[in-house]
Design a protein around this ligand. Structure first.
Ligand code: ASP
Length: 357
């Protein structure tokens, strides 16, 4: 039986859309994007840590470039920033002290995606994810294979563990248990040394960035160092298409931050897009996905005394009409960044629960 889409078709198609051959491809997808969105003024939405990303992405989108060029360049700012301890260079490491990065990209006009999981030594996993999309027949590469692939395309390996992140990891390791032999600084008067992790930085942190370009093309990216001190090899929701990111050019886009395991169990970003397809606003769709996570959160260890999740997940969404929104399970820090072509601002987002209530 003849394959529906042959390798030759693939090569012809990718040539037509101008797949980049340099390390930082500015693909020129823009002019050839199918315009299904009614909104063509440019819009960028990101998690609250993304104000620099939304600014950069909008600058690029306003030149007429594809939204994917914009959002990737936007998140590269945070991946390159050694002071951001949740993304790219300087991200908090896994339990062995090794930084492992996850990222995904999705391009609405061509409905293609690429992703990498547990990638070591390459500070821009979002660009490697784009290469997976553009230069392989696959969607997701992980660990050693992802690193080999990145090196094949000229990405330079570097140590992503900054001194600041290394010190936080050592603090975590020394505070894990008083039953092991690692001890934090202590005096001879101290009794119960080593089992107090209260002062340890234990973070989640990720950037999701979604954009619409001047041609109505919708794209998104999610990039992270994942859960701090995770089991080596752990992959979160960020590189999983449908969980940490989903784009449908006929509807809109959604992405997430927060406890990846909860999102993986519910495939929530595709759910947000499907709710928008059914007519829900981006904000309503985000909150409905949060509610689904709450409803399915059955493990007692993951609930507070009232049965509510003891973790947070946040969603960000935009639709093809240029409407946008965000919603989270918990209110603490429920904000998101939006550049609507005129202003670049942090907005408040609604949540299902308010801390302290
Ligand atoms: N969702 C990411 C993960 O679980 C972490 C985060 O968003 O903070 O890897």
């Amino acid at each position: 039986m003849k394959p529906i889409f042959t390798r030759r078709d693939f090569l012809r198609t990718t040539a037509a859309v101008g797949v980049g051959s340099t390390l930082l491809p500015f693909s020129g997808y823009g002019k050839s994007a199918t315009t299904s969105s009614r909104y063509t003024k440019g819009l960028v939405v990101a998690s609250a840590n993304g104000l620099r990303a939304t600014q950069k992405a909008m600058e690029i989108i306003q030149t007429g470039a594809d939204a994917l060029d914009g959002v990737i360049a936007g998140v590269n700012i945070l991946e390159d920033d050694p002071d951001d301890m949740t993304i790219g260079l300087g991200g908090l490491p896994n339990a062995d002290g090794v930084v492992e990065l996850d990222a995904s990209v999705m391009h609405g006009p061509t409905h293609r995606a690429g992703a990498v999981g547990a990638l070591q030594n390459i500070k821009n996993p979002s660009i490697v994810a784009r290469y997976v999309m553009e230069r392989t027949d696959h969607v997701l590469l992980v660990a050693e294979g992802a690193l080999k692939f990145a090196k094949m395309h000229g990405f330079k390996e570097e140590n992503l563990l900054t001194e600041k992140a290394r010190k936080e990891w050592v603090k975590w390791k020394e505070s894990l248990s008083n039953q092991d032999d690692y001890l934090p600084p202590h005096s001879i008067e101290d009794k119960d040394v080593g089992g107090d992790s209260r002062n340890v930085m234990h973070t989640y942190g990720t950037i999701n960035c979604l954009g619409i370009d001047l041609h109505g093309g919708i794209s998104g990216v999610t990039t992270t160092s994942g859960m701090a001190y995770k089991v080596p090899g752990r992959v979160g929701d960020s590189p999983i298409i449908g969980a940490g990111l989903f784009v449908d050019n006929e509807v809109g886009a959604a992405g997430s931050t927060g406890r990846g395991e909860a999102n993986l169990l519910n495939c929530s970003s595709v759910m947000v897009v499907e709710y928008m397809r059914q007519g829900k606003s981006p904000t309503e769709a985000c909150l409905m996905a949060c509610q689904r996570i709450v409803d399915h959160n059955k493990e007692r260890r993951l609930q507070d005394e009232r049965g509510r999740p003891n973790f947070d997940v946040k969603f960000y969404a935009l639709n093809k009409n240029g409407e946008y929104g965000s919603g989270s399970i918990w209110s603490s820090g429920a904000k998101f960044a939006v550049h609507d072509g005129r202003t670049n601002e942090i907005h408040d987002a609604p949540s299902l629960y308010k801390a302290g209530e």
